[in-house]
Design a protein around this ligand. Sequence first.
Ligand SMILES: NC(=O)c1ccc[n+]([C@@H]2O[C@H](COP(=O)([O-])OP(=O)(O)OC[C@H]3O[C@@H](n4cnc5c(N)ncnc54)[C@H](OP(=O)(O)O)[C@@H]3O)[C@@H](O)[C@H]2O)c1
Length: 428
Amino acid sequence: MSVRNATLCSPRPSAATLGETMIVETTLDLAAIPINHVAIKVDRFGFSANNITYQALGEHPHFRYFDFHTAPTSELAKTHGLIPVWGFGTVVASKHPKITIGERVYGYFAPTRYLVVPVSPSDVNKHAFYVPRPNLPPNRRPYNQIQRCATDPTYSAVTDAENLTMLYRPLFWTSYWCEDWLYSTGCYTPSDNSKVSILISSASSKTAFCLAYLIQKRIGNGELKNTKVVGLTSTRNAKFTENLGLYDEVHEYDTFRSDGAFQMQSERQWIYIDVAGNGLLNKEIQRHFASSSNGRVVKNVSLGVTNLQPTSSANDSMKWSHNAFDPTAPALAPSDARWPKTENFFMPEWLSVRKHQLPVSEIFQRQLNAWGSLMKDCINWVELQPVLGAKQVHDAYTRLAKEGLGPDKGLIWSLWEEGVAASINGKL
Ligand SMILES: NC(=O)c1ccc[n+]([C@@H]2O[C@H](COP(=O)([O-])OP(=O)(O)OC[C@H]3O[C@@H](n4cnc5c(N)ncnc54)[C@H](OP(=O)(O)O)[C@@H]3O)[C@@H](O)[C@H]2O)c1
């Protein structure tokens, strides 16, 4: 059966001239997919600054986000890549003996209507199947996993539960494992018993405020004492960030150095978690802590780069190249003695460390508990904003690339027009 496919394709930073992000239509014969491949109808996917980072780091030699899915034609693949997206879909064709048509699945898909992927013949279990990507490092396995909803204890078929899952799952697990990394490596508990503040930039982003939420949970459970969570954000997002109620203090990029409440906290040790990745801001923060009367930064973690734009050059993205868990990564020399070297946190790498330290059943149970709490607590944090249809998604993307992202909307996109998804499903 031949179907029309539509795919959002983005220019490669390495292409001689940066073209436009565009919708490309192709024809796909579902009956002709190769052996050990499945075709997934990608119903909906979440979109946030995280996806813009995937795009900006698409050709970065460490991250290689454009190597997960390829553009629909080999000619186009020379100039364009596909931004990975986390979404839900349904298997609509299968040439794999253990995967059946009609299965609901969640995974690291592409912004397309139909996605054809290979599935390793042996790497299938009742919870998930895996896309073999021998070209990528083995610790990228979480990205290769396609989860089978029927056996996922956290899955709910309610549309909004799927929407919240697409939006939060990739970000929340980063926040969750980053918090686990800070806690389990003793960062919160200085030997001199001084008070600890965790300073988080781009505090209005979901990754940042989920981290604040998780630290507050630990404080609430009595596991942490004398700990404060402090958010740094832009003026336009300050109200939103304060209203979340997840930070003990919120300060603005433009005024934090003159904001009396941020000064004179010499008794505190600070952990800086940088989600913005803004070099100028980081210089200002460094300048602030150059004075010992403002406290001492003991850990300096790079968690994100919300400041990367869809049009960021390969050169911009190369700045984000140091890796805390890569022993071969060269150390950054601290530019002054009061500023610790930057450590990059990359969730798949820390999780692969934890898988050697904790039984899988414990990891599974911890995640189940954390996810259950999040789904109850997150309902009012952002308003879900669905965009349906290829042209509409293209327009929404263009707007977002031009105007940036507001924190109060949770973007849920689909290249399918409303109603079409169900009828196509029915026919197959
Ligand atoms: N290390 C990892 O393993 C990992 C995993 C997941 C996500 N991340 C990273 O975490 C970051 C946050 O992702 P998210 O999806 O949580 O973000 P999000 O919820 O979409 O956050 C949007 C926020 O980004 C900032 N922002 C947006 N557009 C901007 C622009 N054009 N210029 C400057 N700032 C802009 C604003 O925050 P402010 O006004 O508060 O600055 C805005 O509120 C991303 O860089 C993502 O790649 C890292």
